[in-house]
Design a protein around this ligand. Structure first.
Ligand SMILES: C[S@@+](CC[C@H](N)C(=O)[O-])C[C@H]1O[C@@H](n2cnc3c(N)ncnc32)[C@H](O)[C@@H]1O
Length: 344
């Protein structure tokens, strides 16, 4: 294995842009959730948290549900080559299981781990190398929410190492993944971007955290305590602590919020200052007063029906779905709306 890796970095994650986004988050008192994955330290904290609490790592039923989704997607792909594009790949564990299954179906696999965090992209690449040859792996760093030319860049030859022998062959199927991403974005911001990335012949595997049961409000209330644990608190607080806020400057609180425009509910984590604190970034001063709050994080909870409706609004159609028995997570096989079943 070579000791150097080519990583393509999109302008949406160039330092000056990231700096602007940070200042914007502090001015608005609403932290863009990408800042919770910014540093190697935060990436490691999130990976530890994911390992400890994610049902995909700890619940056999959840793993089986993902496996069913992977098998269904693999069965639909008829070409001998598949390019998996992991949008918000995180540590790449789910994508790697998918790649493994595709390989077991005798597919030649290519992988573009794509994330806002360079540390995540490199972790996902490392995980995937158990299955994908190094020459078929094309790490890509970008901000999926703000970049507006991604359909031309993600997964294209421009993403690849441009030596003549390398790159993704044009005659390969594309399978995009968007696992655990939708909860942390305003749907009207991210879904048009996602739709633009899905070409008519592509498949998209999508997963969402769900509110269990027939009563939506009661389902969201039921899962609220899952967010309030020491590893999540530690991970979320890292952003503020790194800016010079003290643990004793206030209190981290979790609550349920209504997004009436989208007919959705989300869990929101906010830090409420109990004493005044000044933060300085790039010669800009931010004064937080006692009693003031900054939103650190939100996580939408959907129901399968709400997923279907919101995807349809943005031109995406569910072909199949698998829901875990606790009804707290679901995997969806998705295509562009109006694309009929078996075209490959
Ligand atoms: C909840 S994790 C999901 C990771 C992985 N897909 C999984 O299911 O295990 C969210 C991921 O989205 C990435 N992310 C956050 N904001 C992003 C953005 N604006 N553009 C691209 N990736 C982003 C984070 O770095 C993190 O890896």
């Amino acid at each position: 294995m070579s000791s150097a890796v080519n990583v393509v970095i999109h302008a949406s994650q160039f330092p000056e842009k990231v700096r602007r986004d940070l200042l914007e988050s502090l001015r608005a008192r609403q932290v863009n959730h990408k800042f919770h994955y910014d540093s190697v330290k935060q990436t490691q904290k999130w990976l530890a948290l994911h390992q400890a609490y994610s049902p995909t790592r700890n619940d056999a039923d959840c793993q089986a549900v993902y496996e069913q989704g992977f098998k269904a997607a693999a069965a639909k792909i008829k070409t001998p080559r598949v390019h998996v594009i992991g949008l918000g790949c995180g540590g790449g564990q789910k994508d790697t299981r998918l790649l493994k299954l595709l390989k077991a179906h005798d597919k030649e696999v290519f992988y573009t781990p794509c994330d806002v965090s360079t540390a995540m992209v490199l972790t996902a690449r490392q995980t995937a190398l158990a299955v994908v040859p190094e020459k078929n792996c094309f790490p890509f760093v970008c901000d999926l929410a703000t970049a507006d030319d991604l359909e031309k860049v993600v997964g294209s030859a421009r993403c690849a190492d441009r030596t003549p022998q390398r790159g993704v062959p044009t005659k390969s199927s594309r399978l995009l993944t968007f696992f655990g991403m939708i909860p942390n974005f305003e749907p009207q911001i991210i879904l048009p971007k996602l739709t633009a990335l899905v070409r008519p012949k592509d498949f998209l595997l999508f997963s969402a955290n769900l509110a269990p049961g027939a009563d939506y409000a009661a389902g969201v209330k039921k899962i609220l305590p899952q967010y309030d644990n020491p590893l999540t608190r530690d991970w979320l607080m890292t952003f503020l602590l790194d800016l010079g806020v003290g643990r004793n400057d206030g209190e981290l609180r979790f609550k349920i919020e209504d997004d009436r425009a989208n007919g959705l509910k989300r869990i929101v984590a906010g830090f409420r200052f109990t004493r005044a604190r000044r933060i300085e970034v790039d010669n800009e001063t931010f004064d937080f007063h006692a009693g003031e709050s900054i939103r650190l994080f939100f996580s939408y909870r959907y129901t399968p029906e709400r997923v279907r409706k919101i995807l349809a609004r943005f031109g995406l159609e569910i072909c199949d779905q698998w829901i875990i028995s606790s009804e707290e997570e679901g995997v969806f096989l998705v295509r562009r709306s109006g694309v009929s079943g078996e075209r490959r």
